[in-house]
Write a protein that binds this ligand. Sequence first.
Ligand code: MTE
Length: 312
Amino acid sequence: MKTSTPSPAEITPPEVYARRREFLKTSIGAGLVAAGAVSPAPTFAAPLKFGAGASRRDYASGETPTPLQHVTGYNNFYEFGTAKEDPARLAHRLKTAPWQVSLEGLVKKPVMLGSEEILQLAPLEERIYRLRCVEGWSMVIPWLGFPLDVLLKRVEPLGSAKYVEFVSAVQPETMPGVKGRVLDWPYVEGLRLDEARHPLTLLAFGLYGEVLPKQNGAPLRLVVPWKYGFKSAKSLVAIRFTEHEPRSAWMKAAPREYGFYSNVNPAVDHPRWSQASERRIGEFRKRPTLLFNGYGAEVARLYSGMDLAKHF
Ligand code: MTE
């Protein structure tokens, strides 16, 4: 796997980079101030973190990122409907400011933080990850974020905390999908604590050099690159530390089809289709799916001794 530091131009279209600082000043900055969430001074400190010192790493073996129009136009965000084009069509309604995230459960210091406060906890990194959807398609996405563990450390998990539950927003007034019963809302996902604290687990605030489009889970979402895409819950409002394994929305909906771990694994088929290969969005041919989505060198140790067919 290539993990050298490519130049910005290798990652993101140059015009996006050129626009980026201006965009962040006007968009994030103006949005936060308008929301009354922060005073102007700290607001402008945050966008600067995207700048010169930001680290950029390719975790996708030098592959070209999936074109922006597919990343933002072909989505799963069932709160806005089950068709791939529904989120791009409807998610602009999502109200993202002000936005609060509750850190709760088995922690020493439970706290409610504004999304902009979280954004300022650490400098943003650009990380290009493969994203493999359980449905058999995949993308390569340049995310902006920092390791989730930066945030988790802030609340000091207790020794009894073994799992972390992630809860997405429910806004009935902006989300037509939550009126239906496709899933038991809110969208909930879970990780074991060591998975959540793994350095590859990202809390993302942006992609392609810009603030997250709403259809991709603004203002902040999880990205767990070695698991099927559904583990990467969007538009988070709560992160809860628990002793017992959380039951995700997908486990409740179809327990035979979706397990807790959901690691990308070409040898363990979905009950209704094979997981051995995938199609990168924008490409015609199929390519073989990689164990742990190609991140085995980093994450396989988390599962040593476990039967991955049983713990699917
Ligand atoms: N998060 C919420 N809240 N609701 C969803 O429907 N879909 C998941 C995941 N996170 C989903 C979600 C699925 S199935 C995938 S593949 C990824 O988001 C897609 O992320 P993307 O649209 O940014 O590519």
